[in-house]
Design a protein around this ligand. Structure first.
Ligand code: ZN
Ligand code: ZN
Length: 117
């Protein structure tokens, strides 16, 4: 009698639609393909109304958005680097000019720094 009662699979919240008699339930649940919360086809989180295509489309939309953000960030980082490069170049230029202009004063300083003379 009790064996004929229809019961939902415990993985119903993962999207399993099976409704079985108590007799078959245990057997089914052991091999139910919804036993894990992650979908084995799209790797999305399972739910009662999980839909691989919908999940993948949403994921792709999110990826496109985050890709745009990253591209913006990359461009501004590139700009920053190129302006820093210019700054360094101008510092080097200044150092070189100062070095040439003060060669006799610079040499002893370099000597104490590097101990190579
Ligand atoms: Zn199931
Ligand atoms: Zn899926």
């Amino acid at each position: 009698m009790l064996g004929k009662l229809k019961i939902r699979c415990i993985y119903n919240e993962n999207g399993c639609k099976e409704i079985l008699t108590l007799d078959n339930l245990e057997y089914h649940q052991k091999s139910c393909r919804f036993d894990k919360p992650i979908c084995d086809q799209c790797f999305g989180l399972r739910s009662v109304d999980h839909n691989c295509v919908k999940y993948l489309l949403e994921s792709q939309q999110k990826l496109i958005e985050s890709n745009k953000e990253l591209q913006k960030e990359l461009n501004s980082t590139k700009d920053r680097i190129s302006s820093l490069e210019k700054e360094i170049e101008s510092y080097l230029q200044t150092i070189q000019e100062l070095t040439i202009a003060n060669e006799d004063k610079v040499e002893p300083i370099l000597r104490t720094f590097f101990h190579t003379f």
